[in-house]
Design a protein around this ligand. Structure first.
Ligand code: HAM
Length: 428
């Protein structure tokens, strides 16, 4: 253990880019996740929980060797038996792996799965960007019909509405498929040939290895050059163009606003056709709240049967910031009732009452050590309790507990057997 001069061990801190969520933060996260589960269930998505550790090859094959995620950001290590393992940087690859591994395709129809959990990317930490971050994601596998795209986006918009996000923008693009993208990439490569020397080092390299990635470049000086490059939506083939038009028409029919963003290629290689992001103004530099799209060839890339799919992942850390700023969804008050008991004779009656209230689902605290009334009520309001129940010798003798509304200050005597009903009716 490292020691400092005073001989006290130096405290060990959380790893850079990771953080603790304390109950005051986690309460809002729980509400967000509850809402996600409710909305996703309404669209008949079922939860899938995949391992956090996967074989490195899974991400290399799906997300792509030349992406930032795989080439620079993965936490990869060799296990004791020389197997190369990676802490998942995203979950789409894992979901598709599981879909293949459990032959879910045999059940037919569209498989709709969602997940909530931590992902790991060794990026430069800043507000809204962490090395361990959380995603709420969903994947619909088994159909390439644009109606699936529209329904998925509709579900997302409903969910964002439910958690109070109003200022978000849906950016939409089509990145084509295996038929039209190669020709587009050639056109892009050719156009880059004459301008790449004026671009950043990454772009120069990618102009040769993976020209689509050039469109992701954030270097300001490169932007005017990128603006003039050919656009995928002008090169869509006879299947991809109507697919995209169908998605646009479906969104229009459901009153979902979008902005076509021809440069939106996303940072993962598995995408085909529809790609999208939703940004939020309140997030500052890291303004991408969520991203997603179609990945019609991914199952085959991972050794499975043809299984077209589409999905999204919301950055929960960023969503929580946006939800907090919107102020519509608020965490529950953590404590509903404080039982203030005065003197040892009241200890057990107070403990019985606390147990009954807790069994009814109320959140209750009843001090562990004897305390005077003033101190107990001070503790109750410090903890944010909504009601206090006062039980002293007088209350025991009279057979009436005093129930105090800590918001209004009003107080009423209630028979011990009626306290649970009295509080439940006011709190639910
Ligand atoms: P992604 O765009 O890499 O897509 O990540 C989705 C979201 O995760 C981002 O929009 C952002 O909100 C959040 N995120 C990413 N990196 C970080 C980070 N370092 N710190 C905090 N939040 C972060 C995917 O992961 C795809 N799997 C989405 C998908 C699902 N596509 C199809 N299905």
């Amino acid at each position: 253990m490292t020691e400092n001069p005073s001989n006290r061990p130096v405290p060990i801190r959380a790893v850079k880019g990771t953080r603790d969520l304390l109950p005051r933060d986690a309460a809002l996260w729980q509400k967000i996740e509850d809402e996600a589960r409710r909305v996703f269930a309404a669209y008949h998505f079922g939860e899938i929980r995949t391992p956090i550790l996967e074989q490195t090859a899974l991400f290399a094959r799906s997300v792509g060797e030349d992406t930032d995620i795989v080439s620079k950001e993965m936490y990869t290590f060799e296990d004791r038996d020389q197997e190369r393992l990676t802490l998942r940087p995203e979950a789409t690859a894992s979901v598709v792996r599981a879909y293949i591994e459990h032959s879910l395709y045999n059940e037919g129809g569209v498989h709709k799965l969602y997940y909530v959990g931590p992902m790991f990317r060794r990026d430069r930490p800043q507000k809204g960007r962490y090395r361990q971050f959380y995603q709420i994601g969903a994947e619909a596998l088994g159909s390439e019909h644009p109606a699936v795209d529209v329904e998925l986006l509709e579900m997302l918009v409903l969910f964002l509405e439910r958690v109070g996000i109003r200022d978000s923008k849906l950016l939409l693009n089509s990145v084509g498929d295996k038929n039209c993208r190669p020709a587009y990439i050639e056109a892009l490569r050719e156009a880059l040939g004459s301008v790449k020397d004026q671009m950043c080092g990454d772009c120069q390299r990618r102009a040769d290895t993976n020209p689509l990635r050039v469109l992701d470049c954030k270097v300001p000086a490169d932007q005017p050059i990128i603006e003039k490059l050919p656009r995928m939506i002008d090169h869509l083939c006879a299947e991809c163009r109507p697919h995209f038009d169908h998605v646009l028409a479906g969104l229009g029919a459901r009153g979902i606003a979008y902005e076509i963003t021809p440069r939106l290629v996303r940072g993962l290689d598995y995408y085909t056709r529809t790609t999208f992001e939703i940004t939020s103004g309140v997030l500052g530099a890291q303004n991408s709240l969520l991203g997603g799209g179609r990945y019609d060839g991914l199952s085959e890339m991972l050794g499975g049967p043809a299984a077209p799919g589409i999905g999204f992942a919301i950055g929960e850390d960023r969503l929580a910031l946006a939800v907090e700023a919107a102020g519509v969804l608020k965490p529950e008050r953590p404590l509903q009732v404080y039982v203030a008991w005065l003197g040892e004779t009241a200890r057990e009656p107070a403990a019985r009452l606390a147990r009954d209230l807790r069994a009814r689902g109320l959140s209750v605290e009843a001090g562990y050590e004897p305390a005077k009334l003033k101190k107990s009520l001070g503790a109750a309001s410090k903890l944010g309790a909504r009601f206090a129940v006062i039980i002293g010798e007088g209350e025991l003798a009279a057979g009436l507990y005093q129930v105090k509304d800590l918001d209004s200050g009003g107080q009423e005597g209630v028979a011990p057997d009626d306290v649970a009903d009295y509080l439940a009716s006011r709190l639910h």
